[in-house]
Design a protein around this ligand. Sequence first.
Ligand code: SF4
Ligand code: SF4
Length: 344
Amino acid sequence: MKLVSINSLFLIRNILLKNLYKLNLFVTYRCNSKCKICNIWKYTNFNDIELSGDEIVKIFKNLRGRIRWLNLTGGEPFLRDDLYEIVFAAIRIMKPLFINIPTNGLLPQQVENLVRKIERHCVKNTNIVISVSVDDIYERDDNLRGVSGAYKMAIETFNILSSSKIIEAYFQVNISGYNIGHIEEVIEELLRHKKIIITFAHKMDLFRNFDTTMTIENFKSEAIKFIDKYISRFWRINGFDSVVFLMYLKGMRYFLLNGKLPVRCTAGISTLTIDPFGNVLPCPYKIKSVLNVRDCEYNPLKYYTGAVKKRVLLENYDCNLCWQNCEAIPSILLHPIKSLSRLL
Ligand code: SF4
Ligand code: SF4
C-alpha cells in the first residue's frame, strides 16, 4: 500500500482514538512585519535561545510515528536560515501527511529557494501547504503591515508558490476591524489569484495585543454579515473538497453569536505545541510554559503525561477564548457528529 494511504489510515485512527497527531512548532517568534493587529514583532525576548536545528531533529525523532500534521509557524518562519533542513528532517523522520507553513510573504527569495529545493527532492508523500498572509490590498495592506511594498512582495511570493506543482499555495486573510469595512473588495481581488483561507483576529497572549480594539469581537455583527454572504457563495468559491473550512466558518459564526466554541477545544489532546525556545505550551495562543523539552531529553511525551497533561487539559477543557483554525479544525475533526449537527 502506498505510504500516503497508510499515513491517511493512521491519521483517521488517531483522530478516532483521540490520540495526538498534530504538532504546532513555532520555529521563531522573530518577525520582519510590523502588523497593527499583532505585536509579536515588538515583544520578542531575544535573551531566550531558539531551538537549534539539531535540537528540533531530536524532538522529531522522539515524535516519530505520532505526528501526521506538522504546522511550522512563527513569527515569520522563513527568517530561519535552516527552515529547509527542518522541513526535510520532518519529512525524513516523522513522514507527516501534511506540513503547513504560514508566511507574511516578505521574503520571496527565501521562499523560492525552499520551493526549488523541495522540487529537486521530489517530495511525494507529504502535502506541503504554504499560506501567504495578505490582510488588505495594495497600499492599505502595506499600511496594516507597516512595511512599504508588503503587498507587492506577498503577491510575488504567492506567484512563486503557485508556479510549483508540489506546493499548495493559499492566501490567508485575517479579518479584523481594519479590513471588515471593505472585506468583500479584498476577497474579490485576491480571488483573481485563486485560493483563500479566511481567519479572524482575536485578542491572544501570543499576539500580545490586549490593547487593541480592532479584534473581531468588537465587530461581531459585521463579521456575521460577511460570513453569511460568503457562505451563500461558498461552493462556487471553494469547491466541494472544503467542507471542513465551511464548518470552520460556521463555527466562527456560532462563536461570535454565543461567545463560546461550538465544540470543545482539542488543544493538548490531538495537538501538541512547542514554542521557539522549547517550551511546551497549553495551546498555540497561551504562552505559559508547562515544561521545556531541553529538560526532558527533547522527548515532550515523556513528561507530557500524568499531572502535567491533566493540568493542561483541565485548563483547556472549558476554554472559550478563540476559534482559530490551528485548533478549530482539529476540534471539528475530534467531534464530527456534534460538529455536523451544529454546523451544517
Ligand atoms: S501577524 Fe504574523 S506577520 Fe504580522 S507581526 Fe504577527 S507574526 Fe508577524
Ligand atoms: S480555545 Fe483552545 S486554542 Fe483557543 S485559547 Fe483556548 S485552549 Fe487555546
